[in-house]
Design a binder for this molecule. Structure first.
Ligand SMILES: [Zn+2]
Ligand SMILES: [Zn+2]
Length: 293
């Protein structure tokens, strides 16, 4: 058996990650609009009806933007902590709101979703792993520090979405104000390329077949830099860079260390996201408040 995973969007303009088996799936964050989520799912051949729940990592709008509408339209339960819900100001149907805790997995058919706390500039930030059929996939974005929880969970994953937010030199020499640079670099900010690389090379288990580098900064990073850096150190793991403008392929993760592609949205990009802006999608930033999201 297999798990099917894709990044529907990844970056400070919106995050939404799909993890499912043949029968059911969950979304980790719903940070792009309902319409765009539907459009990208359709292009990938993934039915919305397969989704059983949305899990929210933290209240920043790039992780929540589409949640209200998707939940209402598809009657989907939203798993969110009470504090995160309050700070998000989302108006969710109370009947669809569920909390979660880091020591209690949530089950949907053959899938189980596990939460753990992480360091980030938000009220009660969590990351998740999703397991099924002996396979575990981790979603690790918006992480200031690679704490023991991140390390423990990454070392169990057959595939992972891992934040590689900024290139140190680009951030240092870039135009962001000093206070913002400090926040991004801080223990509650984001992981740099080198921090993510060290985490990966030190704690990658031998059975990790796919690493999807995620939540790249538009201003302080470039997909080519990230792809080249990780490819040189991949040690057999396939490297993909998630785009902030379009979905990735659907990757089929199997226990025997093999991945295959189920659907490709567009021509074969050999695992590299082009990350070129499409005419219909801006980067959604331009406001300082978005930069740390
Ligand atoms: Zn974010
Ligand atoms: Zn954030």
């Amino acid at each position: 058996m297999s798990l099917y995973i894709t990044s529907l969007n990844s970056g400070s303009n919106g995050n939404c990650y799909y993890i499912g088996n043949e029968h059911e799936a969950v979304l980790i964050d719903a940070g792009i609009s309902c319409r765009e989520t539907e459009r990208r799912m359709r292009r990938l051949g993934l039915p919305m009806q397969k989704i059983r729940a949305i899990f929210i990592t933290h209240e920043h709008t790039d992780h929540t933007r589409g949640t209200e509408y998707i939940s209402r339209k598809y009657h989907l339960p939203v798993f969110i902590t009470a504090k995160t819900h309050r700070h998000s100001r989302m108006k969710l149907d109370p009947a669809l709101v569920n909390s979660f805790s880091s020591d209690t997995p949530v089950h949907f058919g053959g899938l189980s979703v596990n939460a753990f706390p992480k360091r980030h500039d938000a009220t009660e930030p969590h990351s998740f792993t999703v397991s099924g059929d002996g396979i575990t996939v981790g979603i690790f974005t918006d992480i200031g520090t690679a704490c023991e929880h991140v390390i423990h969970n990454l070392s169990r994953c057959h595939a992972a979405f891992l934040e590689s937010n900024y290139d140190e030199m680009m951030l240092e020499t870039g135009s962001y104000p000093v206070y913002l640079k400090r926040r991004i670099r801080g223990d509650d900010g984001h992981l740099s390329n080198m921090q993510a690389l060290e985490l990966f090379t030190t704690y990658r288990p031998p059975f990790m077949s796919l690493l999807v580098l995620s939540h790249l900064s538009a201003q302080n990073n470039h997909p080519e830099i990230v792809y080249d850096l990780f490819s040189k150190n991949a040690n057999g793991t396939r490297i993909v860079v998630a785009s902030r403008y379009e979905e990735t392929e659907v990757f089929c993760i199997e226990e025997n260390n093999v991945i295959s592609q189920k659907h490709q949205p567009r021509g074969n990009n050999k695992g590299r996201a082009t990350n070129l802006p499409s005419p219909t999608s801006g980067n959604g930033s331009g406001q300082v408040s978005l930069f740390l999201e």
